[in-house]
Design a protein around this ligand. Structure first.
Ligand code: FES
Length: 116
């Protein structure tokens, strides 16, 4: 674990997001409600990209594929593969819910750093 410089703060204004590659991992940075989050860009369900996932008012990101939802601050599963109807429930039964990896962030000298 160590702090990796990701982007300049100015590159991630409020309500924006950006995917960066750090130590070979695709990390999704989000600036939401005054907080900067860093999460794995791959959904733990089928490793598909989360980049275009909607963020709820409660601070969870919803995977655009089967709508699993994960808390941005902790990565905890809020919902596991509820979509599409019937098929989503079958997929949920066939797999164990897995948390989304999250990483600490800090702002220093005008840059965003991620601890990974
Ligand atoms: S790939 Fe994200 S919920 Fe299936």
């Amino acid at each position: 674990m160590g702090w990796e410089k990701a982007v300049a703060v100015s590159e991630l204004p409020e309500n924006s997001r950006k995917v960066v590659t750090l130590k070979g991992n695709k990390i999704l940075l989000l600036h939401q409600q005054g907080e900067i989050y860093a999460v794995d860009n791959r959904c733990p369900h089928m490793k598909l990209p989360l980049k275009n996932g909607k963020v709820t008012a409660e601070g969870a990101i919803i995977c655009p594929f089967h709508r699993s939802a994960f808390e941005l601050s902790t990565g905890q599963v809020a919902h596991w593969t509820p979509w599409p109807p019937v098929v989503g429930n079958l997929m949920a039964m066939a797999s164990q819910p897995k948390a989304l990896p999250t990483y600490a962030t800090k702002v220093e000298d005008g840059s965003i750093f991620v601890n990974l």
